[in-house]
Design a binder for this molecule. Structure first.
Ligand SMILES: Cc1ncc(C[n+]2csc(CCOP(=O)(O)OP(=O)(O)O)c2C)c(N)n1
Ligand SMILES: [Mg+2]
Length: 320
């Protein structure tokens, strides 16, 4: 069982992450954000549980779909908005955009656009933690299941195992790499079998079973901190929006109806909220909290956009 206060924090983090991404998607049509955005609306379970288990001296790296992991590692919402607006106050100085997020103070060591690119970097960081620190810190390496189709993933896994490194590979398996489902890419050989070949500890969670994920992930964190070597956690999940961009693309029929229906019933915010209410938390209390978070996020976005417009005006004047 997850204690009620912790469950509440997990829900509020998931709610914040979704609100941040909904805000981005609602404003994207204005064309003031000039970088592509890979939204993880629907996939909030992993980053919100991560935020509950993470310690400030732990490290993390992520992918092209990294907003949620950045936020789960306590990255600043405003600095994320400023980054996608290309402002110098952005988390990467406005130079990186949505796919290049970094917050060294919080141990969020970066995201990149190249699939699997941060996997060996994360393993290297965990080796440095092993050799240079004495604080039992660990590195979490976020990746999509598409990254398991890159050779460097297996080299990294092998190296992490051989060196008994303190890292956790977290695979968010949303069944798709752009428009291609798993089977034409990986055949019937599931990811677990491949991981087993390396004798690395492996955890699998489906159906947004967040209680199971929380208990297995907590155990994994304890084991990794205690020198028991790396883990792979594979979590089945679902992105609601198109691969890249703010829209829905279900009309393209690359994901069948049974699949979409399954995930519609498993919305992580609904699951968490229902369980919180069942545990005795008043719905009105939750609504008040949601309202506060939503207003804060809207306001941060508005101010970021205002600063972008000011910067653009100044640049236009300089150029004319
Ligand atoms: C090495 C490399 N190959 C291809 C691409 C193009 N690409 C960008 S995202 C993506 C899909 C990756 O799928 P997955 O790892 O499952 O992550 P998801 O987008 O589903 O979160 C691809 C193929 C890339 N960026 N880098
Ligand atoms: Mg995927």
């Amino acid at each position: 069982m997850i204690p009620q206060t912790e469950l509440l924090n997990i829900y509020l983090m998931a709610f914040s992450i979704r609100s941040v991404e909904l805000t981005i998607s609602e404003n994207y049509y204005k064309e003031l954000v000039r970088c592509p955005v890979h939204l993880s609306i629907g996939q909030e379970m992993v980053p919100s549980i991560f935020s509950s288990l993470d310690k400030s001296n732990d490290l993390a790296v992520s992918t092209h779909r990294g907003h949620a992991h950045f936020l789960g590692k306590r990255g600043s919402i405003r600095r994320l908005f400023d980054e996608i607006h290309g402002l110098p106050t952005g988390c990467s100085g406005g130079n990186g955009g949505s796919m290049h997020l970094i917050d060294i103070d919080n141990g969020f060591m970066g995201t990149t656009a190249i699939v699997a690119n941060t996997v060996p970097i994360g393993v290297g960081m965990s080796e440095a933690q092993n050799l240079l620190t004495n604080n039992n810190s660990i590195t979490t390496i976020f990746m999509g299941e598409g990254a398991t189709e890159e050779g460097v993933f297996y080299e990294s896994l092998n190296y992490a195992k051989i060196r008994n490194l303190p890292c956790i590979f977290v695979i968010e398996n949303n069944n798709f790499s752009v428009y291609t489902s798993l089977e034409p890419r990986q055949g019937k050989l599931n990811i677990e079998k491949k991981i087993n070949g390396f004798c690395v500890n492996y955890i699998f969670v489906d159906n947004h079973n967040y209680m199971l994920l929380h208990s297995k992930w907590s155990q994994a964190v304890d084991d990794v901190r205690n020198g028991k070597g790396p883990y792979v956690i594979e979590v089945m999940t679902h992105r609601y929006r198109e691969h890249c961009g703010p829209n829905f693309d279900d009309h393209l029929n690359y994901r069948d109806e049974t699949f979409l229906k399954k995930w519609k019933k498993l919305d992580i915010l609904d699951l968490l909220k229902n369980d919180l209410i069942e545990s005795g938390i008043e719905e009105s209390y939750l609504s008040k909290k949601e309202d506060q978070i939503f207003k804060f996020i809207k306001n941060e976005y508005k101010n970021s956009e205002i600063n972008y417009l000011k910067k653009r005006e100044k640049m236009n004047k300089t150029c004319s």
